[in-house]
Write a protein of this length. Sequence first.
Lengths: 338, 106
Amino acid sequence: MIKTDALIIGAGPTGLFTAHQLKLIGLSCEIVDNLDKIGGQCIELYPDKPIYDIPAIPECTGEELTNNLIKQLKPFNIKFHLSERVEEVKKNNENWHVKTNKGTEFSTPNIIIAGGVGSFEPRKFSPKECEKFENKSIFYAIKDKSIFKGKTVSIFGGGDSALDWAIELSNDSKVNLVHRRDEFRGAQATVDKMNELVKINKINLLTKYQLKSVSSKDNLESIEIEHDNKEIKNLKTDYVLGFFGLIMQLGPIANWGLNIDKKTISVDTEKFETNQKGIYAVGDICTYPGKLKLILSGFHEGALAARACFKLARPNEKYRFEFTTSSKSIKDRLGVKE
Amino acid sequence: MAKITYIEHDGKSHTIEVANGLSVMEGAVQNNIPGIDADCGGSMACATCHVYVKEEWFNKLPKKEDGEDDMLDMAFEPKKNSRLSCQLMVTDQIEGLVVNLPEKQV
């Protein structure tokens, strides 16, 4: 069981800056995020898109913003729990008892939800019967590529993941690559490489097709794909891989007894506290009269929520407001030499 | 100002007047029409404002810009007549536009 003054859910810009604010005022914190990397939507949805409305930064990309926030956190040794999703939140005396899907457990007086629009999950195939085969013969990520050796693999998608795996697996497997249109959004060099392999029949390319159904007894045997013009083709296949990118789902947050309306959590604007004492929501996931879904609003919300955490984490101490320009104790925490 | 009809997946139809300059997505969100999530808020960074445009309208609308089809690859059940409603701007010219909403967005 990890004890911490505050647990932050979400490693996007708001979560990162909130961690900075907590550490600055002398509180400990750890961060959990379902993605395998730091940065949230900035890194997953728009790493290369320029942002123009971060105060004092005329222009930066989602990736640059993330890197700068990580740099700002460098003086503090913050523990990140990536590729983990918080599943359970329960009250245990004065503290919250938090458990992730990997079994990590925390005990903390303060939980700050900086979860954006929820956790990123792979977009799945729409035919219902696909669920039955998930992680057996239908995959949305590859952990062990050796299982595909000598087998027929049908890969769906038009981005880099689909193309990279089609190229990689074509060495030892029979590969069908299926995409809903003729254009691919993968890197040009990867698209070129794939086209070469199609020419020498190492990859069987089927465009303007989408998955229609899977047929099976106990094991997956074949799939039906449908062309834009409604023509249906049957493909014998051992495995099916889908790479359609990630979508955001609120997930378990919906079960923690919070006031949720249209995927956002109601908070007050003094502490950014939810209807549960010691649980705060900041950034895109929170709502209040006048809420703007801007990164700069998330920074402000995190700063105030961090001060609210102090009260519960240090009930016997009084919080004293200090500036980073003049406070000796803040400079010590930052490791700044005078 | 244009009258736009949003038809939910179960057939329920909503016709509303949307001001010029708003997107078809904003028209739906501001009028509480269910079935359009718009998780990213209209920055073409997700595919949760996905709609099907009636055939007769599809070719009358401004063409998709770079990136819209890339996002549609990630939509739930994209079709030939799929668009992201955040990219459809309301003008007098689209008076009478009809869009069908997919079974779900995520």
